[in-house]
Design a protein around this ligand. Sequence first.
Ligand SMILES: [Fe+2]
Length: 156
Amino acid sequence: MFAVPENTVISAVRTAPQQPTKIVREVAADRSRWAHLLRYDPVERWAALVERTATYEVWLMGWLPGQHTDLHDHGGAEGAFTVVSGALSERVARRGQPGEVLHVVRTGQSRVFGPDYVHQVANEGTDPAVSIHVFGPTRAPMVPYRLDPVDGPVQS
Ligand SMILES: [Fe+2]
């Protein structure tokens, strides 16, 4: 008999999606599921719920040039996003570490995030961008952060 370390066993009560990148890519590839929901709002980034299950939500987002989020986490949610048109700039901040890491996420590329993930996302290009996001178990309200020069992201 041997002991199984606790952190190697998936909890039966886990409610986050098991394969968020697979989910966003499948939804992104089937435009009939979301194209009719797409809008561009000149005031703020557009977001529309595509589908909701017991363990995750899929959201469509439309980004005009210059539109962006502030630095945030997802209130304990985890998930992934993929860009289906244009490009998004993602700045990831890690707790206890100064600075941010920039990822340019282009059409067809995806990023995955855990429950402690802090980032800021922007359309810094000259064309609109479209992205599909999965949040598990739900798209909780974004928790705002500021970037401390020594400690990295700190809740604001
Ligand atoms: Fe986010």
